[in-house]
Design a protein. Structure first.
Length: 155
């Protein structure tokens, strides 16, 4: 079992049989603009299990962590942090439950989990979670986290 803040050795395999209740992603916000091309993805299940998926420190592997993402810039902000956010922006969590793809997997059970490995390095670079026929694919490529949806049996 993964403890909060710890990385899982084989990312995602402990989600088998769990039903999804929430999906969040963190996106970078700066001066009223939201950059949706980078950030992490967070899955929460009916039993309270929460997993965050993000790019590993090496820029090549998938990192999985237990527990919800915690915003380091929650109010009330210090004067220094307020200045930083104004000047540089910050990551903010967004609920994706109503977004295409995500809305179809909310309430579904994870029926299969398949890790994706890089053939050359042997590192785990992704995971495919099958939600009763709809596959959520989370994969790292070139220091970016990519999320896609596929029908069962297409990968």
């Amino acid at each position: 079992m993964v403890q909060e803040g710890q990385e899982n050795e084989l990312i995602g395999v402990d989600l088998l049989g769990k039903s999804l209740t929430q999906v969040r992603a963190t996106f970078y916000e700066f001066q009223g603009t939201t950059e949706k091309q980078e950030g992490l993805v967070e899955l929460t299940f009916t039993d309270g299990t929460c997993r965050r998926f993000e790019v590993g420190a090496d820029g090549e592997s998938l990192r999985g962590r237990a527990g919800p993402w915690v915003d380091p810039f929650t109010a009330p902000l210090s004067e220094e942090n307020e200045h930083y956010v104004r000047q540089h922006g910050k990551y903010t969590a967004f609920d994706l439950a109503d977004e295409p793809g995500y809305r179809q997997i909310i309430g579904r059970r994870v029926s299969e989990v398949r890790p994706i490995f890089d053939e050359e390095s042997g590192k785990q670079i992704g995971v495919v979670a099958n939600f009763d026929g709809i596959c959520l694919c989370i994969e790292v490529a070139a220091d970016e986290l990519y999320v896609s949806f596929e029908k069962e049996g297409t990968r």
